[in-house]
Write a protein that binds this ligand. Structure first.
Ligand code: PR8
Length: 465
């Protein structure tokens, strides 16, 4: 079902694997269930570690933004106007100043950072927060993919003394997200969005796009160079070495719940989730195989191995008495646990355990003494296998196209395009696909597929979420 009806597969897995409860009575808002939340939290700790290793510090700003601040940068509010939820009353009293539920936090953070930054010595400043934001999306909402309450919005904001430094920061942000998506084995391509699709208020936007099993692309991270577009209206100034003043140069970059959607969609298979050891709530599940006459010895042995492995790994031992081993296998496979250890009387006699790999569905016998060594190697193997399979499927969905008639709607099409808005828009109208933007890592001489002008720019177009 995953291959021929992805949408149905996705909705079913979100529910069956207990990622979200989708029955909340407000459109685009969902409930994180304990299992889903643990996956999400493990993913968040990976990005936090990477950000902190790159000198970012965590902050936490308020959810409510006064109207006058939200309106300060004109392009920004123009872009978000239609998506803002407003708080207009406190109890039954009308508020003097309307308060927006943050759709993103530039206009909450920048007036305060203007008070923090005084001199070049305070720069660069790199901060981030993980918060919920609200966007009144009018396109079709979908769990984790298009939300009205984005519950896992990781936004970073950086402040610099020159344009060159801000450009360097864009490069660093690209490296940060590469490390992050590599760790999650999520394939990506990096595209510079066309001007008409950049972040409201940015000079330009660089996006990471992945490809879902149905061939549609999903924007999973964006990096925006803001230049001085916000620092001027918010008056974020610093004193330079020579005593003169300048406004800071800024970048911001973000990811969302879409990362969780991607690990589910990209690695999952017909039997359910397939989780990487790094993000799985449990890395190993132990299922004792119990027969009446050997129950005691099997349970003792299983508990011993459980205690031993718990020192190094996240382990769950499934002791439910009202379920058969078969139904436990099915259940944990659906939940995507990377390894299952089966322990039965025969294994004990032979001094081995049986290890089942969720990703390849192989069963292996392992000597009791060497389980840990084996697991470490297996975790690496699982990661490498999932990563290379994901990249292979990703690359199969990218085609190089030289003529308008050859464009394929179920793939990402790489084409020469001169870069003029008019050619891009013409293409979108004609194909019904979206121009993802210029490939930042690829060039090839040819002529614009629309106006035939010579160019070496490669653009990507595809159907997208
Ligand atoms: C910024 N400001 O806001 P961005 N549901 C799920 N994920 C979403 C949704 C949605 N409705 N809308 C966007 N995203 C900047 C950068 C602070 C941080 C995800 O940028 O508007 C997309 O993956 O581009 C997007 O790349 C990311 O949030 C950041 O949103």
């Amino acid at each position: 079902m995953k291959d021929n009806n992805f949408s149905e597969w996705y909705n079913e897995i979100i529910e069956k694997a207990e990622i979200l409860d989708v029955r909340y009575p407000v459109k685009g808002l969902y409930i994180w269930l304990p299992y889903g939340l643990r996956i999400r939290n493990n993913i968040i700790s990976i990005i936090k570690q990477i950000l902190e290793a790159h000198g970012h510090e965590e902050v936490l700003f308020p959810l409510l933004i006064p109207e006058n601040l939200l309106r300060k940068e004109s392009e920004h509010i123009k872009g978000f106007e239609e998506q803002v939820y407003w708080v207009t009353k406190g109890g039954d009293k009308e508020l003097n100043v309307k308060l927006a539920l943050r759709p993103t936090s530039e206009t909450a953070i920048y007036p305060i950072v203007a008070l923090w930054i005084k001199s070049h010595k305070d720069l660069p400043l790199k901060i981030y927060q993980v918060v919920n934001v609200f966007r009144y999306e009018t396109k079709h909402t979908r769990p984790l993919i298009r939300l009205r309450e984005i519950t896992t919005f990781k936004e970073a904001h950086t402040f610099h003394k020159s344009m060159e430094e801000a450009e360097e920061q864009v490069k660093e942000a690209i490296e940060i997200y590469k490390k992050f998506f590599d760790k999650l084995a999520i394939p990506y391509m990096i595209n510079r969005r066309p001007d008409w699709d950049k972040f409201p208020g940015a000079l330009y936007t660089i996006a990471f796009d992945t490809i879902f099993p149905d061939g549609r692309t999903l924007q999973i991270a964006t990096i925006h160079n803001l230049g001085q577009n916000f620092s001027k209206p918010f008056d974020i100034k610093f004193e330079k070495i020579d005593g003169s003043f300048d406004h800071v140069y800024q970048t911001c970059y973000g990811i969302s719940d879409r990362v969780v959607a991607s690990v589910i969609a990209i690695h999952g298979d017909k039997d359910g989730l397939v989780l990487l050891p790094d993000i799985s709530p449990y890395q190993i599940v132990i299922v004792p195989i119990i027969y009446k006459d050997s129950k005691k010895i099997v349970l003792e042995n299983s508990m011993e191995i459980y205690k031993r492995l718990s020192k190094k790994y996240r382990v769950y031992i499934d002791l439910r008495e009202d379920e058969t081993p078969g139904s436990k296998f099915y259940y944990w496979e659906m939940k995507g646990i990377p390894l299952r250890i089966e322990i039965g009387p025969k294994d004990i006699k032979e001094n081995v355990v049986t290890i089942f790999r969720r990703d390849t569905k192989e069963r292996l016998k392992v000597e009791n003494d060497s389980i840990e060594k084996f697991i470490n190697d297996l975790f690496n193997d699982i990661y490498n296998n999932l990563r290379s399979k994901a990249w292979k499927r990703f690359e199969e969905k990218i085609v190089r196209i030289y003529s308008l008639n050859d464009i394929k709607s179920g793939c990402v099409n790489e084409i020469n395009l001169c870069g003029k808005d008019s050619c891009g828009k013409y293409l979108e109208d004609k194909t019904g696909l979206r121009v993802l933007g210029e490939a930042i890592d690829k060039k090839e001489h040819g002529s614009c597929i629309v106006c035939k002008e010579l160019t070496d720019k490669i653009y990507r177009i595809a159907k997208s979420y």
